[in-house]
Ligand binder design. Sequence first.
Ligand SMILES: [Zn+2]
Length: 74
Amino acid sequence: MEPIRGGWTMLLHVGDLVKMRKAHPCGNDVWRITYVGADIKMRCEKCQRIVMLERPVFEKRVRKLLESAGESEA
Ligand SMILES: [Zn+2]
């Protein structure tokens, strides 16, 4: 796959596992990406709730990419 051109700092894929700076009310801070576009959708790994964030907002709130689904796809 070609890198996304758009000035985003992170290369994200559906299936990526990310750690956020702020924990969800359920106490979990690890999320699975379920949609990547101008907005990012992610599912809480603990309570399964889905949250949608605008991409710049997501990139401000994310702390770390724990697992990339993109690397294994040839
Ligand atoms: Zn949660």
